[in-house]
Design a protein. Structure first.
Ligand SMILES: O=C(O)CCC(=O)C(=O)O
Ligand SMILES: [Fe+2]
Length: 199
């Protein structure tokens, strides 16, 4: 499997690994069709005393009891794993050694949908989580930067896998910015650990 060298001279050392061809085109197409049928929700987020719609659709699947609260306002209660999602989880674990209890889906319906600069540091994931992110559909720009540094851009391709290694969430921030380009749907699946629940 192709694995880009992110540690080449001149490139900043980033605590991530990108696998552009993690899935074959056929696997990625099939998974994309499966994901379109997942239970997508339009959640509301509270920021600075204001309630507003999250600028993307979300869904969550995982082990029973692995509830997830982020930004102190969006509460996600996992549905049972679908076979396709648990198979995908297991193949990422086989490749990386990292174990996951939940997957949060993001659906970016157009270039207006986005996720702003953040780190995924919810205590329910435990200390220094490894997060695995599978991208399907339209290609979108993903940016990552040290907390006080310059961003590096990646274009996350259909069928790719991005691993954010333990420590990444403490030292770096990441985002998928809005774009004026005409882009259609992108689905992103983020597999995460969780300290609660049972399988
Ligand atoms: O869509 C992506 O590639 C990133 C999603 C993300 O950062 C998140 O769900 O926390
Ligand atoms: Fe994130």
């Amino acid at each position: 499997m192709q694995q880009l060298n992110l540690f080449a001279e001149s490139a900043p050392v980033l605590p991530i690994t990108y696998y552009p061809d993690f899935l074959t085109l056929e696997q990625a197409n099939e998974l994309y069709q499966h994901c379109l049928k997942l239970e997508w929700q339009q959640n509301q987020i509270r920021i600075a005393g204001k309630t507003m719609p999250v600028p993307r659709l979300e869904c969550i699947y995982g082990d029973n009891g692995c509830n997830y609260l982020y930004s102190n306002s969006v509460f996600l209660k996992p549905l049972c794993w679908t076979e396709a999602l648990s198979n995908l989880r297991d193949s990422i674990t086989a490749l990386t050694g990292y174990k996951f209890r939940i997957v949060i889906g993001n659906q970016y319906r157009s270039g207006i949908d986005s996720i702003g600069w953040h780190a995924d540091k919810e205590p329910s994931m435990g200390y220094e989580p490894a997060i695995a992110s599978v991208s399907l559909g339209s290609c979108r720009k993903f940016q990552i930067k040290p907390r006080d540094g310059k961003p590096t851009d990646f274009w996350l391709e259909h069928g790719s896998l991005l691993i954010m290694h333990p420590g990444c969430q403490s030292t770096h921030l990441h985002q998928v910015p809005k774009t004026n380009k005409v882009v259609s749907t992108r689905i992103n699946l983020t597999f995460r650990p969780h300290t609660g629940g049972g399988r």
